[in-house]
Design a protein around this ligand. Structure first.
Ligand code: SF4
Ligand code: SF4
Length: 537
């Protein structure tokens, strides 16, 4: 059966692999990649396939088990059904029951969402990746197995999906073939949110079957709560790291800039995604240079979890989300700051600012702000002196879904760029219409099995095409330095991985980084050359 003929009921078929990704079916990329054909997605070894289910599409970022016996399968299916009942009950899912029900009940199958979904379109329109495919599977399971009398009337309601282990295992995988970018939800005339449905399925699997990507759960939330950060950096190691970063600033710029921690008189608590400490320390350094130059009274925290804004529970599990967000709120309350500024990280901003409205309560209800807004105020009010000529190279801007579509933070970062980057140009489309980088909902940090290949080739493909499209043919020449500004730690990770996958540093000299690096690069009081062009990082 071809990928394009699949119907929701096929999810229950007893085949080794339901979907076969054909690199020749993927849409062609623009210049200079017109002849680019992706390699076949590498198959998992026989040994790996024995331990984890990949029967959806041969791809995995999850350790979905392979039950040895029919009894085991039945047990897992029963657990899934139990979880589904909970997902649909007010007592167990008071947080999202209402939007979940609205999304389950209001789809009129117009398929407007399909045109909006980058994963569906960039896969060569694989039916199983259509936004309403997984939603329809869920709807039919509920109609047949949860609603009273559902089994009896199933032949008349079209609820024709068999709830077997194949269905359950593939649905788990399908919930991770969606970046939760919610472009589909924005396009839907009925207000249906297929991204929310994916996320609720993830929650069910996490809470009832203990199935969640290791990078999000064990190496994410659990590590963060136990060691202090999802990178494993402990408060003790952080002190050393900061000392090293202060020395590095002096070496690079000649400036003596302190990284303040736990200041009792600070107005602002700045929290970074801890991934920056290891992968992009220049981002943390740039914040420190700007905040010091602007004369802000700011601090970071060295408390457990207080120096890592990551909250991966947002992507897969409310219970895990709450544990982390309460820690963040407590750290801010203890410091007595007037405001919390979230560094360049989209999901962390949404966790603390938007969803935080429900969890940062009473005396922990401290104002929170995206760094985009803080930077806009600093740069446009002239609190740092800038020389835009230093940034006179082509710059384009990636809009992180959580900052833009989810939170409406569109203009502040543009106001800064218009001020400091004479050759700033938009991608098409942009703002709330943007495309996800392809690493949304935690995909960017998922490096296991063959998943990175899938996300670079498919979930990030539209973004990569958009990046290329932002520059002229002449500008794409490797002799021209060009910069993709991605003010989000996870988006940067995905863009870095795509530049590697498509060999775009060698072929186009495509560099990427945050917004603060561009600001510092043109600060008149900082020696030239903060952005380093001679190597890709
Ligand atoms: S756009 Fe909305 S109503 Fe139309 S098919 Fe998609 S989810 Fe259903
Ligand atoms: S949330 Fe994004 S990736 Fe998921 S179905 Fe909707 S458009 Fe596609």
């Amino acid at each position: 059966m071809s990928n394009r003929d699949l119907k929701p009921q096929d999810i229950a078929r007893k085949t080794d692999q339901l979907v076969h990704i054909d690199p020749n079916e993927l849409p062609r990329l623009p210049y200079p990649y017109q002849d680019w054909i992706d390699p076949e997605i590498e198959a998992l070894s026989e040994a790996k396939r024995k331990n984890r289910d990949v029967s959806l599409d041969g791809v995995t970022n999850l350790n979905v088990p392979v039950p040895a016996t029919d009894e085991e399968k039945e047990k897992l299916v029963a657990k899934f059904l139990d979880g589904l009942h909970k997902l649909l009950s007010k007592e167990n899912n008071w947080t999202f029951l209402q939007p979940l029900m609205l999304s389950l009940e209001n789809c009129v199958k117009c398929n407007t969402c399909s045109a909006a979904c980058p994963i569906f379109n960039e896969s060569g329109r694989i039916e199983a990746y259509r936004p309403i495919f997984r939603s329809e599977v869920l709807r039919r399971i509920i109609a047949r197995y949860v609603k009273p009398g559902g089994r009896l009337i199933a032949p008349f309601t079209g609820a024709n999906i068999d709830l077997n282990w194949e269905t359950v295992a593939r649905l788990a995988q399908l919930s991770y073939r969606c970046t939760l970018c919610r472009r589909c939800a924005q396009a839907c005339p009925m207000g249906v949110d297929n991204g929310l449905l994916s996320r609720e399925i993830r929650k069910l699997f996490s809470q009832e079957l203990g199935i969640a990507p290791q990078e999000l759960h064990e190496d994410g939330t659990i590590k963060q709560l136990e060691t202090g950060s999802s990178t494993g950096i402990t408060p003790f190691a952080l002190a050393d790291l900061m000392e090293f970063m202060e020395e590095d600033i002096t070496e690079r710029t000649g400036l003596s800039v302190k990284m303040p921690f736990d200041r009792s008189d600070a107005d602002i608590l700045l929290i970074h995604n801890a991934g920056e400490f290891l992968s992009w320390p220049e981002n943390i350094q740039a914040f420190a240079i700007i905040f010091e130059a602007a004369g802000l009274k700011w601090t970071m925290s060295s408390d457990l979890v207080g120096y890592d804004s990551v909250n991966y529970g947002l992507f897969y599990d409310d219970a895990q989300y709450v544990k982390v967000t309460l820690k963040h709120a407590e750290v801010a309350r203890k410091l007595g700051v007037k405001k919390v500024v979230l560094g360049e990280c989209g999901h962390a901003s949404k966790s603390a600012i938007a969803i935080g409205d429900r969890t940062w309560l009473a005396d922990a209800n401290i104002p929170r702000e995206s760094a985009m807004v803080t930077l806009r105020d600093v740069v446009l009010n002239g609190r740092v002196k800038v020389d835009p000529e230093r940034n006179n190279f082509p710059v384009t801007l990636h809009d992180p879904c959580n900052l833009t579509r989810a939170m409406g933070i569109i203009e502040p970062q543009r106001e800064v760029l218009r001020r400091i980057a004479p050759q700033f140009r938009e991608m098409t489309p942009h703002g709330v219409e943007n495309y996800c980088c392809g690493g949304g909902s935690g995909f960017a940090i998922m490096q296991s099995h063959n998943f990175p290949q899938w996300r670079n080739a498919i979930s990030g493909r539209r973004k990569f095409a958009q990046i290329l499209g932002a520059f002229s043919r002449d500008e794409l020449d490797p002799a021209v330095n060009k910069y993709v500004c991605a003010p989000c730690s996870n988006c940067k990770g995905q863009i870095r991985d795509m530049i590697n996958y498509y060999d775009a540093w060698e072929r186009c000299h495509l560099q990427y980084g945050g917004l603060v690096e561009l600001v510092v690069n043109c600060m008149a009081d900082v020696p030239e050359g903060f952005i380093e062009w001679d190597e890709f990082h």
